[in-house]
Design a protein around this ligand. Sequence first.
Ligand code: GDP
Ligand code: MN
Length: 372
Amino acid sequence: MKLFEYMAKEIFRMHGLPVPDGYVVESAEDIRDVRNPVVVKSQVPIGGRGKAGGIKFAESTETAREEAKGLLGSEVRGYRVKHILVEEKLDINDEFYISIMMDRSTRMPLLIASADGGVEIESVPENRIFKRTIDPTIGYNPYIGRELTKFTGLTGDTAKQVSFIAGKMYEIFRSEDAELVEINPLVLTEDGRVIAADGKMTINDDSLFRHPEYKGRDEELTPIERKAREKGIAFIQLDGDIGVIANGAGLTMATLDSLSLHGGKAGVFLDLGGTDSPEMVKSAFELMMEADPKVIFINIFGGITKSDTVATGLREALSSMDVKVPIIARIKGVNEERAIEILSSVGITAVSSLAEAAEIAVRRRNEAAGGD
Ligand code: GDP
Ligand code: MN
Protein backbone atom coordinates (compact mmCIF):
# COMPACT_ATOMS: atom_id res chain seq x y z
CA MET A 1 0.00 0.00 0.00
CA LYS A 2 1.42 3.33 -1.05
CA LEU A 3 0.95 6.20 1.36
CA PHE A 4 0.37 9.74 0.27
CA GLU A 5 3.06 12.27 1.11
CA TYR A 6 0.96 13.81 3.86
CA MET A 7 0.48 10.41 5.50
CA ALA A 8 4.18 9.59 5.29
CA LYS A 9 4.97 12.96 6.85
CA GLU A 10 2.49 12.36 9.68
CA ILE A 11 4.47 9.23 10.49
CA PHE A 12 7.78 11.07 10.17
CA ARG A 13 6.52 13.72 12.58
CA MET A 14 5.35 11.14 15.13
CA HIS A 15 8.83 9.62 15.13
CA GLY A 16 10.53 12.97 15.55
CA LEU A 17 11.89 13.19 12.01
CA PRO A 18 11.77 16.89 11.00
CA VAL A 19 9.10 17.84 8.44
CA PRO A 20 7.84 21.27 7.34
CA ASP A 21 4.87 22.81 9.18
CA GLY A 22 1.72 22.18 7.23
CA TYR A 23 -1.77 20.78 6.95
CA VAL A 24 -4.01 18.90 4.52
CA VAL A 25 -7.16 20.30 2.94
CA GLU A 26 -9.86 18.90 0.69
CA SER A 27 -11.22 22.27 -0.30
CA ALA A 28 -9.46 25.52 -1.16
CA GLU A 29 -11.58 27.48 1.36
CA ASP A 30 -9.91 25.58 4.18
CA ILE A 31 -6.64 27.36 3.42
CA ARG A 32 -6.27 30.25 5.87
CA ASP A 33 -3.84 32.79 7.20
CA VAL A 34 -1.04 32.42 4.71
CA ARG A 35 1.43 34.99 5.95
CA ASN A 36 4.67 33.46 4.71
CA PRO A 37 5.30 31.75 1.35
CA VAL A 38 3.78 28.29 1.14
CA VAL A 39 4.04 25.24 -1.12
CA VAL A 40 0.71 23.93 -2.42
CA LYS A 41 1.21 20.23 -3.10
CA SER A 42 -1.23 17.90 -4.83
CA GLN A 43 -1.46 14.54 -3.08
CA VAL A 44 -1.23 11.65 -5.51
CA PRO A 45 0.45 8.30 -4.87
CA ILE A 46 3.24 8.88 -7.37
CA GLY A 47 6.35 11.04 -7.62
CA GLY A 48 7.32 13.49 -10.34
CA ARG A 49 4.56 15.89 -9.36
CA GLY A 50 6.86 18.88 -9.58
CA LYS A 51 7.57 18.37 -13.27
CA ALA A 52 3.92 17.51 -13.95
CA GLY A 53 2.74 20.84 -12.54
CA GLY A 54 1.34 19.36 -9.33
CA ILE A 55 3.45 21.53 -6.99
CA LYS A 56 2.77 25.28 -6.75
CA PHE A 57 4.04 28.13 -4.66
CA ALA A 58 1.99 30.95 -3.18
CA GLU A 59 2.56 34.04 -1.04
CA SER A 60 -0.94 34.87 0.16
CA THR A 61 -4.12 33.14 1.26
CA GLU A 62 -5.79 34.24 -1.95
CA THR A 63 -3.13 32.90 -4.33
CA ALA A 64 -2.77 29.69 -2.31
CA ARG A 65 -6.53 29.11 -2.62
CA GLU A 66 -6.39 29.83 -6.33
CA GLU A 67 -3.58 27.33 -6.86
CA ALA A 68 -5.39 24.73 -4.73
CA LYS A 69 -8.61 25.25 -6.73
CA GLY A 70 -6.70 24.64 -9.94
CA LEU A 71 -5.18 21.43 -8.60
CA LEU A 72 -8.17 19.91 -6.76
CA GLY A 73 -10.11 17.66 -9.10
CA SER A 74 -7.44 17.87 -11.79
CA GLU A 75 -5.32 14.94 -12.84
CA VAL A 76 -1.65 14.79 -11.94
CA ARG A 77 0.25 11.95 -13.58
CA GLY A 78 -3.00 10.05 -14.11
CA TYR A 79 -4.38 10.43 -10.59
CA ARG A 80 -7.27 12.68 -9.58
CA VAL A 81 -6.25 15.15 -6.85
CA LYS A 82 -8.48 15.00 -3.79
CA HIS A 83 -6.14 16.41 -1.16
CA ILE A 84 -3.76 19.31 -1.03
CA LEU A 85 -0.90 19.62 1.41
CA VAL A 86 -0.15 23.22 2.31
CA GLU A 87 3.29 23.70 3.82
CA GLU A 88 5.72 26.40 4.78
CA LYS A 89 8.03 27.01 1.84
CA LEU A 90 11.57 26.11 2.80
CA ASP A 91 14.52 28.22 1.68
CA ILE A 92 16.61 25.52 0.11
CA ASN A 93 20.39 25.58 0.26
CA ASP A 94 20.96 21.96 -0.81
CA GLU A 95 18.93 18.84 -1.71
CA PHE A 96 19.83 15.21 -0.87
CA TYR A 97 18.34 11.83 -1.63
CA ILE A 98 17.84 9.17 1.04
CA SER A 99 15.78 6.00 1.19
CA ILE A 100 15.50 2.61 2.81
CA MET A 101 13.95 -0.19 0.80
CA MET A 102 13.60 -3.94 1.06
CA ASP A 103 16.29 -5.42 -1.16
CA ARG A 104 15.07 -8.67 -2.66
CA SER A 105 18.51 -9.98 -3.54
CA THR A 106 19.90 -9.80 0.01
CA ARG A 107 16.47 -9.99 1.66
CA MET A 108 17.56 -7.18 3.91
CA PRO A 109 16.86 -3.46 4.18
CA LEU A 110 19.05 -1.35 1.92
CA LEU A 111 19.97 2.24 2.74
CA ILE A 112 20.52 4.42 -0.31
CA ALA A 113 21.69 8.03 -0.24
CA SER A 114 23.12 10.65 -2.52
CA ALA A 115 24.21 14.26 -2.32
CA ASP A 116 22.40 14.69 -5.65
CA GLY A 117 18.82 15.04 -4.43
CA GLY A 118 15.64 16.43 -5.90
CA VAL A 119 16.08 14.43 -9.09
CA GLU A 120 15.16 10.83 -9.81
CA ILE A 121 17.74 8.54 -8.25
CA GLU A 122 17.84 6.55 -11.52
CA SER A 123 19.41 9.57 -13.21
CA VAL A 124 22.21 9.87 -10.64
CA PRO A 125 25.54 8.29 -11.64
CA GLU A 126 26.22 5.04 -9.78
CA ASN A 127 29.47 6.35 -8.26
CA ARG A 128 27.55 9.18 -6.56
CA ILE A 129 25.17 6.79 -4.81
CA PHE A 130 25.83 5.39 -1.35
CA LYS A 131 24.40 1.93 -0.73
CA ARG A 132 24.57 0.02 2.52
CA THR A 133 22.72 -3.13 3.50
CA ILE A 134 21.43 -2.98 7.07
CA ASP A 135 21.50 -6.32 8.84
CA PRO A 136 18.14 -6.44 10.62
CA THR A 137 19.54 -8.64 13.40
CA ILE A 138 21.91 -5.80 14.27
CA GLY A 139 19.82 -2.82 13.20
CA TYR A 140 20.96 0.70 12.50
CA ASN A 141 24.18 1.83 14.09
CA PRO A 142 25.57 5.37 14.12
CA TYR A 143 28.65 4.21 12.20
CA ILE A 144 26.38 3.59 9.20
CA GLY A 145 25.42 7.24 9.37
CA ARG A 146 29.09 8.22 9.52
CA GLU A 147 29.83 6.10 6.45
CA LEU A 148 26.93 7.74 4.68
CA THR A 149 27.93 11.31 5.47
CA LYS A 150 31.59 10.63 4.67
CA PHE A 151 30.61 9.24 1.26
CA THR A 152 28.29 12.14 0.48
CA GLY A 153 30.79 14.73 1.71
CA LEU A 154 28.62 16.11 4.49
CA THR A 155 30.27 17.53 7.59
CA GLY A 156 29.59 19.11 10.95
CA ASP A 157 26.07 19.79 12.06
CA THR A 158 24.55 18.86 8.68
CA ALA A 159 26.19 15.43 8.87
CA LYS A 160 24.86 14.97 12.40
CA GLN A 161 21.30 15.80 11.36
CA VAL A 162 21.43 13.53 8.30
CA SER A 163 22.74 10.61 10.40
CA PHE A 164 19.97 11.17 12.90
CA ILE A 165 17.39 11.18 10.10
CA ALA A 166 18.79 7.95 8.58
CA GLY A 167 18.37 6.29 11.99
CA LYS A 168 14.82 7.58 12.28
CA MET A 169 14.04 6.26 8.81
CA TYR A 170 15.21 2.80 9.81
CA GLU A 171 13.10 2.99 12.99
CA ILE A 172 10.07 3.91 10.83
CA PHE A 173 10.88 1.25 8.25
CA ARG A 174 10.77 -1.44 10.93
CA SER A 175 7.89 -0.23 13.07
CA GLU A 176 5.58 0.45 10.11
CA ASP A 177 6.47 -2.76 8.22
CA ALA A 178 7.48 -0.63 5.26
CA GLU A 179 8.87 -1.82 1.94
CA LEU A 180 10.07 1.68 1.17
CA VAL A 181 10.73 4.89 3.07
CA GLU A 182 12.05 7.60 0.79
CA ILE A 183 12.86 11.28 1.22
CA ASN A 184 13.61 13.13 -1.99
CA PRO A 185 14.58 15.81 -1.50
CA LEU A 186 15.91 15.86 2.02
CA VAL A 187 16.60 19.54 2.26
CA LEU A 188 19.30 21.64 3.94
CA THR A 189 17.72 25.04 4.55
CA GLU A 190 19.49 28.39 4.39
CA ASP A 191 19.39 28.50 8.18
CA GLY A 192 21.07 25.11 8.54
CA ARG A 193 18.12 22.80 9.31
CA VAL A 194 17.78 19.40 7.61
CA ILE A 195 14.11 18.70 6.81
CA ALA A 196 12.13 16.14 4.78
CA ALA A 197 10.64 18.27 1.99
CA ASP A 198 9.01 15.20 0.44
CA GLY A 199 8.05 11.79 1.81
CA LYS A 200 7.12 8.53 0.24
CA MET A 201 6.25 5.25 1.93
CA THR A 202 5.02 1.84 0.85
CA ILE A 203 3.64 -0.48 3.52
CA ASN A 204 3.88 -4.23 3.05
CA ASP A 205 0.30 -5.31 2.28
CA ASP A 206 0.74 -8.57 4.16
CA SER A 207 1.38 -6.60 7.36
CA LEU A 208 -1.77 -4.48 7.16
CA PHE A 209 -3.54 -6.65 9.73
CA ARG A 210 -1.03 -5.23 12.21
CA HIS A 211 -1.86 -1.67 11.17
CA PRO A 212 -5.59 -1.02 11.54
CA GLU A 213 -4.81 2.71 11.36
CA TYR A 214 -4.38 2.39 7.57
CA LYS A 215 -7.80 0.85 7.07
CA GLY A 216 -9.77 2.76 4.46
CA ARG A 217 -6.84 5.07 3.74
CA ASP A 218 -5.66 3.26 0.63
CA GLU A 219 -7.17 5.87 -1.61
CA GLU A 220 -5.09 5.02 -4.63
CA LEU A 221 -7.29 1.96 -5.11
CA THR A 222 -10.45 2.03 -7.23
CA PRO A 223 -13.67 1.30 -5.27
CA ILE A 224 -13.79 -2.28 -6.60
CA GLU A 225 -10.13 -2.86 -5.78
CA ARG A 226 -10.82 -1.71 -2.24
CA LYS A 227 -13.77 -4.07 -1.91
CA ALA A 228 -11.60 -6.91 -3.22
CA ARG A 229 -8.93 -6.11 -0.67
CA GLU A 230 -11.50 -6.35 2.12
CA LYS A 231 -12.48 -9.79 0.86
CA GLY A 232 -8.88 -10.90 0.52
CA ILE A 233 -8.94 -11.29 -3.26
CA ALA A 234 -6.09 -10.04 -5.43
CA PHE A 235 -7.91 -7.86 -7.94
CA ILE A 236 -6.46 -5.29 -10.31
CA GLN A 237 -8.29 -2.99 -12.70
CA LEU A 238 -6.74 -2.36 -16.10
CA ASP A 239 -8.08 -0.53 -19.13
CA GLY A 240 -9.32 -3.29 -21.47
CA ASP A 241 -12.61 -5.15 -21.25
CA ILE A 242 -11.81 -8.85 -20.90
CA GLY A 243 -12.18 -10.06 -17.32
CA VAL A 244 -9.50 -12.54 -16.32
CA ILE A 245 -9.78 -15.06 -13.51
CA ALA A 246 -6.79 -17.33 -12.92
CA ASN A 247 -5.25 -19.24 -10.06
CA GLY A 248 -1.77 -18.11 -9.15
CA ALA A 249 0.14 -14.92 -9.95
CA GLY A 250 2.38 -16.47 -12.61
CA LEU A 251 -0.52 -18.02 -14.47
CA THR A 252 -2.40 -14.72 -14.29
CA MET A 253 0.54 -12.93 -15.91
CA ALA A 254 0.81 -15.61 -18.62
CA THR A 255 -2.91 -15.18 -19.27
CA LEU A 256 -2.54 -11.45 -19.79
CA ASP A 257 0.37 -12.08 -22.16
CA SER A 258 -1.51 -14.60 -24.24
CA LEU A 259 -4.51 -12.29 -24.49
CA SER A 260 -2.40 -9.44 -25.77
CA LEU A 261 -0.62 -11.81 -28.16
CA HIS A 262 -4.05 -12.45 -29.67
CA GLY A 263 -4.91 -8.76 -29.82
CA GLY A 264 -7.00 -8.65 -26.64
CA LYS A 265 -6.73 -6.48 -23.59
CA ALA A 266 -7.57 -7.43 -20.03
CA GLY A 267 -9.88 -5.06 -18.17
CA VAL A 268 -9.52 -6.59 -14.75
CA PHE A 269 -7.81 -9.58 -13.40
CA LEU A 270 -8.23 -11.46 -10.23
CA ASP A 271 -6.21 -14.24 -8.79
CA LEU A 272 -8.06 -17.04 -7.02
CA GLY A 273 -4.79 -18.29 -5.59
CA GLY A 274 -5.20 -21.80 -4.21
CA THR A 275 -8.90 -21.59 -3.47
CA ASP A 276 -11.70 -23.77 -4.75
CA SER A 277 -14.26 -22.60 -2.19
CA PRO A 278 -17.55 -21.77 -3.95
CA GLU A 279 -18.11 -18.76 -1.64
CA MET A 280 -14.73 -17.32 -2.58
CA VAL A 281 -15.35 -17.98 -6.27
CA LYS A 282 -18.77 -16.37 -5.96
CA SER A 283 -17.30 -13.24 -4.36
CA ALA A 284 -14.76 -13.16 -7.16
CA PHE A 285 -17.51 -13.30 -9.78
CA GLU A 286 -19.53 -10.62 -8.03
CA LEU A 287 -16.53 -8.32 -8.11
CA MET A 288 -15.89 -9.26 -11.71
CA MET A 289 -19.45 -8.35 -12.71
CA GLU A 290 -19.11 -4.95 -11.05
CA ALA A 291 -16.20 -4.26 -13.37
CA ASP A 292 -18.55 -4.91 -16.33
CA PRO A 293 -16.33 -6.96 -18.67
CA LYS A 294 -17.44 -7.96 -22.20
CA VAL A 295 -16.24 -11.54 -21.72
CA ILE A 296 -14.76 -13.48 -18.85
CA PHE A 297 -11.68 -15.58 -19.43
CA ILE A 298 -10.95 -18.22 -16.82
CA ASN A 299 -7.53 -19.87 -16.77
CA ILE A 300 -7.15 -22.68 -14.25
CA PHE A 301 -4.19 -24.90 -13.69
CA GLY A 302 -5.01 -27.93 -11.61
CA GLY A 303 -2.28 -29.06 -9.27
CA ILE A 304 -2.66 -29.51 -5.55
CA THR A 305 -6.05 -27.90 -6.00
CA LYS A 306 -7.47 -30.19 -8.69
CA SER A 307 -9.11 -28.61 -11.72
CA ASP A 308 -12.38 -30.46 -11.21
CA THR A 309 -12.80 -29.13 -7.67
CA VAL A 310 -12.20 -25.59 -8.96
CA ALA A 311 -14.70 -26.30 -11.76
CA THR A 312 -17.25 -27.55 -9.22
CA GLY A 313 -16.76 -24.35 -7.21
CA LEU A 314 -17.29 -22.31 -10.37
CA ARG A 315 -20.43 -24.25 -11.27
CA GLU A 316 -21.90 -23.84 -7.79
CA ALA A 317 -21.15 -20.14 -7.72
CA LEU A 318 -22.60 -19.60 -11.18
CA SER A 319 -25.78 -21.57 -10.49
CA SER A 320 -26.79 -18.99 -7.89
CA MET A 321 -25.90 -15.99 -10.04
CA ASP A 322 -27.11 -14.34 -13.17
CA VAL A 323 -23.99 -13.99 -15.29
CA LYS A 324 -24.90 -13.12 -18.87
CA VAL A 325 -21.48 -12.36 -20.38
CA PRO A 326 -19.79 -15.16 -22.33
CA ILE A 327 -17.35 -17.22 -20.27
CA ILE A 328 -14.36 -18.97 -21.83
CA ALA A 329 -12.32 -21.33 -19.74
CA ARG A 330 -8.93 -22.86 -20.25
CA ILE A 331 -8.42 -25.85 -17.99
CA LYS A 332 -5.16 -27.69 -17.67
CA GLY A 333 -3.72 -30.12 -15.16
CA VAL A 334 -5.01 -32.71 -12.74
CA ASN A 335 -8.47 -34.02 -13.76
CA GLU A 336 -8.81 -31.57 -16.65
CA GLU A 337 -11.18 -33.79 -18.68
CA ARG A 338 -13.62 -33.97 -15.78
CA ALA A 339 -13.33 -30.20 -15.23
CA ILE A 340 -14.01 -29.43 -18.89
CA GLU A 341 -17.10 -31.66 -18.71
CA ILE A 342 -18.40 -29.89 -15.62
CA LEU A 343 -17.95 -26.44 -17.13
CA SER A 344 -19.32 -27.37 -20.53
CA SER A 345 -22.46 -28.67 -18.79
CA VAL A 346 -23.23 -25.13 -17.61
CA GLY A 347 -22.64 -23.48 -20.97
CA ILE A 348 -19.03 -22.43 -20.52
CA THR A 349 -16.72 -22.83 -23.51
CA ALA A 350 -13.95 -24.92 -21.99
CA VAL A 351 -10.75 -26.06 -23.72
CA SER A 352 -7.31 -27.14 -22.59
CA SER A 353 -5.13 -25.09 -24.94
CA LEU A 354 -4.23 -21.60 -23.74
CA ALA A 355 -3.70 -20.26 -27.26
CA GLU A 356 -7.06 -21.58 -28.39
CA ALA A 357 -8.86 -20.25 -25.34
CA ALA A 358 -7.26 -16.81 -25.67
CA GLU A 359 -8.17 -16.64 -29.33
CA ILE A 360 -11.80 -17.55 -28.62
CA ALA A 361 -11.96 -15.02 -25.78
CA VAL A 362 -10.66 -12.21 -28.01
CA ARG A 363 -13.06 -13.18 -30.81
CA ARG A 364 -16.06 -13.20 -28.44
CA ARG A 365 -14.99 -9.88 -27.03
CA ASN A 366 -14.83 -8.38 -30.50
CA GLU A 367 -18.29 -9.75 -31.34
CA ALA A 368 -19.68 -8.35 -28.10
CA ALA A 369 -18.07 -4.98 -28.71
CA GLY A 370 -19.57 -4.85 -32.22
CA GLY A 371 -16.26 -4.25 -33.89
CA ASP A 372 -15.02 -1.30 -31.81
P1 GDP B 1 7.78 15.31 -6.48
O1 GDP B 1 8.11 16.07 -7.73
O2 GDP B 1 6.49 14.56 -6.61
O3 GDP B 1 8.89 14.42 -6.03
O4 GDP B 1 7.50 16.40 -5.33
P2 GDP B 1 8.51 17.10 -4.30
O5 GDP B 1 7.82 17.24 -3.01
O6 GDP B 1 9.82 16.40 -4.26
O7 GDP B 1 8.69 18.54 -4.92
C1 GDP B 1 9.31 18.74 -6.17
C2 GDP B 1 10.32 19.84 -6.10
O8 GDP B 1 9.70 21.06 -5.68
C3 GDP B 1 11.45 19.61 -5.10
O9 GDP B 1 12.49 18.84 -5.63
C4 GDP B 1 11.89 21.02 -4.79
O10 GDP B 1 12.83 21.45 -5.75
C5 GDP B 1 10.61 21.82 -4.94
N1 GDP B 1 10.10 22.10 -3.61
C6 GDP B 1 9.30 21.33 -2.84
N2 GDP B 1 9.08 21.88 -1.63
C7 GDP B 1 9.78 23.05 -1.64
C8 GDP B 1 9.99 24.10 -0.68
O11 GDP B 1 9.50 24.07 0.44
N3 GDP B 1 10.77 25.13 -1.06
C9 GDP B 1 11.34 25.20 -2.29
N4 GDP B 1 12.09 26.25 -2.61
N5 GDP B 1 11.18 24.24 -3.22
C10 GDP B 1 10.41 23.18 -2.90
MN1 MN C 1 10.12 14.29 -4.49
